[in-house]
Design a protein around this ligand. Sequence first.
Ligand SMILES: Cc1ncc(COP(=O)(O)O)c(C=O)c1O
Length: 449
Amino acid sequence: MIRSSRSQEVFERNREFIPGGVSSLNRVAPPRLSFARGKGSRMWDVDGNEYIDYHAAFGPHLLGYACDEVVAAVRRVLDEGVELFGSGATELEGELAALLCRNIPELDRVVFLNSGSEATAQALRVARAYTGKDHVIVMQGGYNGWHNDVACNVMTPLADVGPRRARDEYPVLPISAGIPLEHRSLIHVVNYNDLESVEAVCRRYPVGALITEPVLQNIGVVKPQPGYLAGLRALSREHGFTLVFDEVKTGFRNGFGGYATVSGITPDLVVYGKAVASGYPLAVLGGRADIMGLFEERTPGKRVLLAGTYNAHPIVMAAALATLRLLLDPDRAIYAQLEARSQQLESGLRLLLPELGRPVTVTRSASAFGVYFMDHEPRDWHDILEHHDMALDEALRARLVEKGIYWFPLATKQVSISAAHSTADIEITLEQVRAAVGELARERQTVAG
Ligand SMILES: Cc1ncc(COP(=O)(O)O)c(C=O)c1O
C-alpha cells in the first residue's frame, strides 16, 4: 500500500469548507490522493510518493509539467507588470489570435475564454443565433462541459442507457441536478458513429447545432469510423445545423491544430482548451468569419454577448504563445518525439496486456490511448458498456498507481503521454505494467482454481 495519510488529511481538512473537499467532482477517484508538485513526466503527492504521470491533469500537459519555456514566459509577464486591465485590447491577445488563425485553416476568427465549458456554451449560443434553431445534438459518451446543454450521458451505466437504439435518440440523462426539464427537451442524445440517428433527429426537430469530440476521448479513445465525420459534414449542410468540433482534448495532440486537420473535415466552429496553454486556464472558440462575426454584429438583437473579466488574461496568453511556438518549432520536433514514445508504449502494452488472459484492445490517437478488455475497437459507449471488463480495468489501474504509474484510477479514462516522457520513463512504465499484469493474472488463477 502506498503512504496516503497526508493525502487523506488534506481531503478531510478541506471538506469542512469545500463540499467533498475538492473543487471538481471529476478529480475524485480512489485512492484519494492530494498532489503537491509536478515537473516533466513526474508528479509527487503530499506524502512524498513519486509517479510517472499518464493523466496529464485530464489533458493539458502535452509538454509535461512546468515546461521551462512556458514558466519563463509567465514569469516575464509577472516581472514586467503586464497586468489584467479590463479595458481595451492587448497586444498579447492579438498575437495569439494571429498565430492560431495563420496556422490553422479552419480558423478565420477566434475568441478567448477561460475554460472548455465556457467555450462550448458560447459555441452553442452563437450556433443557435446563426441558425435561428434551438435544438442541439450531443453524443452518448461524449463530454463537452458542465453547462445545461451538454451535462448528460457521459459514462451512464447500461441499466440507465437501456437497449441500443437505431435511427433514434436516447433519453437525456443529466449528470447534474438542477437542469430545467424544459431545457432537456432541446437536447438530443445519439450514439457516436451513427449517422442514421442524427438524420432521424434532424427530421423531427429544428436542429441548430451538433457538437462532438471528433474522437471521443473522455471514455478512452473511440475513433470515428471511415466516412463518419464526412457524413456529419454532409448532414449539417443538408439540414442546416452548425457543426461544432469540440477539440478540447484532441486539440494539439495530433499536430498543430485539431483532429479536423487529420480528418480533412472542416467544422463550422471549433473549440480548443487544455493543451493549448499547457495547463493555464484558456479555451479558444474559433471558426467561420460569418458565424464568429455575430460577436460584433451591430443590428440590435443579433449580437451574441462576449464578455468575461478574465478573458485573454495576460498570464494565460503568454503561456499559450510559449506553448504554441514550441509546438511549431521544427528544431524541437515535438510531434516526432511524441510519436516515437507513443509507439514504444503501444507496442509494449500490446505485448504485455494479453497475459491477463482476457481479450485486449489498445486504441491510440497520437499520444492519447484507450485500453479496453474486449475483442474489438469500441465504436461507441454502448459497445464499451456491453463488452469491456470495467472491473479488470480498474484493478489494473489501482495496481499501477501503487507502483508509481499514474493512470487515472477510473475505468476507460484516457492514458496520455507528454513530450517530457523519455524512453527510460516508458521502459520503467512497461516493467511496472508487466509486474501488475503478473500479479493480477496469478490472483485471477487462484480465484478460478
Ligand atoms: C472534450 C471536452 N470538452 C469540454 C470540456 C470542458 O472543459 P473544462 O473542464 O475546461 O470546462 C472537457 C473537459 O474535460 C473535455 O474533455
